[in-house]
Design a protein around this ligand. Structure first.
Ligand code: UD1
Length: 420
């Protein structure tokens, strides 16, 4: 077991350069897409995070062979030897559901455990299931598993009742090999969806409307291999931007795509930080001594990301005044609040709103990370809390952040990983 120990300092100044890793949320569907072809995919800018290793294990179980070297993966599913994604793997990573569409499309069958993943409220997969049914799959839910079958999927008109990133990705992949045309409506607009579409097109898929709410896919008989670069992780970048704003830092972020961070940057500027684009892959954040409060509401892209909500909440504890943070994407995504209270924050939760009263000095304590982004927020809080903060259950953190403690250390933080 491992913990993160931080020796915090209210007058910490983070300074230096940090290289942002490839996007966890973009690489997972890209790896799943390897199931759509018997040829090889070469994926670059891979983050070495636990979720990547989990999906690679799952892919191995399904028959794919992969090699991860530095930050590239070569992966090939020449033959699919199993159609089952076991509970053991799926419960540790909800995104395992992304193999459903590709398996059905290429293999005609899929058995996928109902997912677990982050403990952030109820996260149904009804939209994935009803979409696959529209494409002609017959689906049964038995003993905690989805059993899906379709000799060949057929194109259809699918309108998502609400925007879903994973649902859009799953249906996109399924539709590439379906017979005829599929129209997907109310698609998620996230850059990770666009990055997947670009990969599928390189593999030979015929897709119109990339990056739009209505996407048309004309099914093809087979797809081929491709080489593809994963976009930078906009949530990791956002987390370091908040770190800079919080710790009156001066941080240069390399390997970022500023176009994916427009809303987050807007909110940081509003808080008083300075954010400059040095070029189209580099951003610099300079924190201010005075942090302004603000109200923030999470919403699907291009709105403010739910995956940045916990980190911004920490920033708002240091703002001079009251901020209201409204979470509209997931229910119960305030598990970090109780831990932040233990560090001395003043936050009240009323339904989907958190009312944050700043500025409160934070003092270090032992805390528990309950989900991926909650863990990141506790690290940020620990950096500026007086004294020692110990974060337990770091496995959530390792699912999505690559060596975050080493990166922060290089910027001047006193942070280490301890084994016990
Ligand atoms: C993805 C991201 C996650 C991010 C989330 C929202 C990955 C691997 N994870 O998760 O980091 O927090 O988008 O930006 O990319 N919903 C349904 N029925 C469904 C599917 C979703 O009701 O079948 C609901 C969810 O409960 C949630 C909302 O739709 O309220 C959005 O979820 P979705 O976009 O699907 O999230 P994920 O793809 O799981």
């Amino acid at each position: 077991m491992e913990k993160i120990r931080i020796l915090g300092n209210p007058s910490l100044r983070l300074k230096g350069k940090v290289r942002i890793s490839g996007s966890k949320n973009a690489v997972l569907p890209a790896i799943a897409a390897a199931l759509l072809t018997e040829e090889r995919l070469q994926l670059q800018n891979i983050p070495r995070v636990k979720d990547v290793f989990t999906i690679l294990t799952l892919m191995e179980e399904l028959g794919a062979r992969s090699k991860l070297k530095n930050n590239s993966i070569s992966i090939r599913a020449k033959r699919i030897t199993s159609d089952e994604a076991s509970y053991e793997l799926v419960r540790s990573m909800r995104a395992s559901i992304l193999v459903l569409g590709p398996l059905l499309a290429r293999y005609g069958k899929a058995v996928v455990a109902l997912p677990g993943g982050c403990a952030i409220g109820s996260r149904p997969i009804d939209l994935h299931i009803s979409g696959m049914q529209k494409l002609g799959a017959s689906i049964a839910l038995e003993h905690g598993y989805i059993r899906a079958e379709a000799p060949r999927l057929r194109g259809a008109d699918v309108e998502f009742e609400k925007k879903t990133v994973g649902g859009t990705e799953n249906l996109l992949m399924a539709a590439t090999l379906a017979q005829g045309e599929t129209v997907l409506r109310n698609c998620a607009l996230e850059p990770e969806v666009v990055n997947l579409c670009e990969l599928l097109v390189k593999m030979g898929a015929r897709i119109d409307g990339i990056g739009e709410e209505v996407i048309r896919i004309r099914g093809v008989k087979e797809l081929g291999g491709a080489t593809h670069e994963i976009i930078p992780d906009r949530i990791e970048a956002g987390t370091f931007l908040v770190a800079g704003a919080l710790a009156q830092g001066d941080i240069t972020l390399e390997n970022v795509d500023p176009r994916h961070l427009v809303t987050v940057i807007e909110r940081l500027l509003f808080s008083g930080a300075r954010v400059d684009g040095l070029d189209d892959r580099t951003l610099r954040v300079v924190g201010s001594a005075e942090i302004k409060p603000q109200d923030i509401t999470t919403s699907p892209y291009p709105g403010f990301p739910t995956d940045m909500q916990a980190q911004f909440m920490v920033l708002m504890t240091q703002a001079s005044g009251v901020s209201i943070i409204t979470e509209t994407i997931f229910d119960r995504r305030f598990s970090h609040v109780n831990e932040l209270l233990r560090l001395g924050a003043s936050i009240e939760v009323h339904g989907d709103k958190a009312i944050v009263k700043g500025k409160t000095p934070l003092s270090g304590a032992e805390v528990i990370a309950t989900d991926l982004r909650a863990s990141a927020s506790l690290i940020l809080a620990g950096l500026i809390a007086r004294g020692e903060t110990v974060i337990n259950d770091v496995e959530h953190l390792d699912r999505g952040y690559e060596r975050i403690e080493e990166k922060l250390k290089l910027l001047g933080a006193s942070i280490e990983r301890i084994k016990y």
